[in-house]
Design a protein around this ligand. Structure first.
Ligand SMILES: [Zn+2]
Length: 73
């Protein structure tokens, strides 16, 4: 199980990652911090949820880094 695979599973674009994620079961857009899907009631397993939040945090940090680099250029 890799974090990259999980990220691929929940979102298809960078915009999706910023604004939210996709339910792996019904593909509806849900909040990034959601532990379960309000649409189909899919519940993220605790380890999947933790890995996902970690991946989002890493992505956010990377985006902030790129943003500050772009400002410097
Ligand atoms: Zn769902």
């Amino acid at each position: 199980m890799s974090v990259g695979r999980i990220v691929d599973g929940v979102a298809t674009t960078e915009d999706d990652l910023i604004g939210g994620k996709e339910c792996p079961k019904c593909a509806v857009s849900i909040r990034r911090r959601a532990r379960f899907c309000p649409h189909c009631k899919y519940r993220y397993p605790e380890d999947v949820y933790a890995a996902e939040q970690e991946a989002f945090a890493k992505l956010e940090a990377e985006m902030k880094r790129q943003e500050s680099e772009a400002r410097r250029a």
